[in-house]
Design a protein around this ligand. Sequence first.
Ligand code: FAD
Length: 377
Amino acid sequence: MFSTADAVVIGAGFAGASSAFHLSRLGMGKVVLLEREHSPGLHASGRNAALADPLVADGVLAQLAGEGMRFLQEPPAEFGDGRLLARTGTLRIGTRSDLTALQTKVLEGQGGLAGKLHEVSPVEAGRLVGVLQEARTEAGLYCEWGGVADIHALLRGYVQSFISRGGELKCHAPVVAFRRGSDGTFEIEVAGGVRFQTRAVINAAGAWAGELGRLAGALRMPLTPYRRHLFQSVRLESVDSRWPFVWDETNKFYFRPESGGLLLSPCDGTVHPAKEPAEDPAARSLLAEKLSATIPRLAGLKLSRGWACLRTFAPDGRYVIGEDPSLEGFFWAAGLGGSGVLASAGVGRLVAESVVRSEKGVDKMHPLSPARFLTSG
Ligand SMILES: Cc1cc2nc3c(=O)[nH]c(=O)nc-3n(C[C@H](O)[C@H](O)[C@H](O)COP(=O)(O)OP(=O)(O)OC[C@H]3O[C@@H](n4cnc5c(N)ncnc54)[C@H](O)[C@@H]3O)c2cc1C
């Protein structure tokens, strides 16, 4: 089977779904979204902590976090009436110097957050989040502008809006080969022999984006997947679902209320090949150590389940968005690291704008452009 499309997006996680949504919003014509699995969001996009965290130290990424917060608070009407954001706020704990350094960096990039950030004492932190009573922390920093996203509703919103504008989602569609025609078009082959011809390919393959780029003959992008664990605790009487999510900036772990208990991460980050990671028992021990060292009330916390998933980063920690400098018509929507849920609205917009406006070539100057890696290619 052979079809033509104006653009083909590969990967239906947050990067690809939002890119497809924005392409259809910009009137791109026929857009096809290809996903290897049986449904969208089975990897990082469906298995993350869902934190909408506006405290971003990098000024460029902070712009996209701000755009993401506004999108979650006021999504387009076509996303329906359901809330995409539970605005619980965020509470950082840690040493005074770590929290001051964070606050300084955040305010450099987002001066508008000044009125939303409040320094709190350890005692006040314990009043906000009961389990933090007696916690071994020097200081706290509360931001009223964070929360927890409904990741499934957000992903569904992107995909359904895209489909309602005529977009085509094809699951069970792993891309296995690319060929370049003499007229500059791409022929994309999906396992089983189905082929698509297009002038614009968007690589939104998450942990697999690096290998997909190599398959296409694009720049060798220095993208590295890192494994991170999440754990669900048993139900706990003391947990209040309205608590802000808590992030220990010094000892590096976080938790938030979930399903009557807590969802927690030891903030581990081990380089891992692009494949489904298994849970490593060492991550449970790491979490237990961190909790018992800092939060006596969570020492010995019982966990009911855990899982691992991949966060994919470029060396500078910034996303990789825009046209490949060596392969015209091939666009990157990759390296979303640990903040791709919140950033997705802005990421998809930037990707779609660079596809639609690529003939102007302006996006190569953007700080997120893949062209910044030309020398390392
Ligand atoms: C443990 C953990 C916690 C996190 N917590 C947060 C958080 O609290 N807040 C936040 O904002 N972000 C968080 N993140 C980060 C966020 O989940 C990611 O940045 C985001 O989901 C990445 O989206 P993606 O679309 O790039 O990748 P993915 O979700 O991995 O999507 C890529 C898709 O491409 C498909 N694919 C790959 N190769 C092919 C191929 N050849 N053909 C067809 N399809 C292909 C895959 O099947 C996959 O569905 C967390 C991540 C992890 C791992």
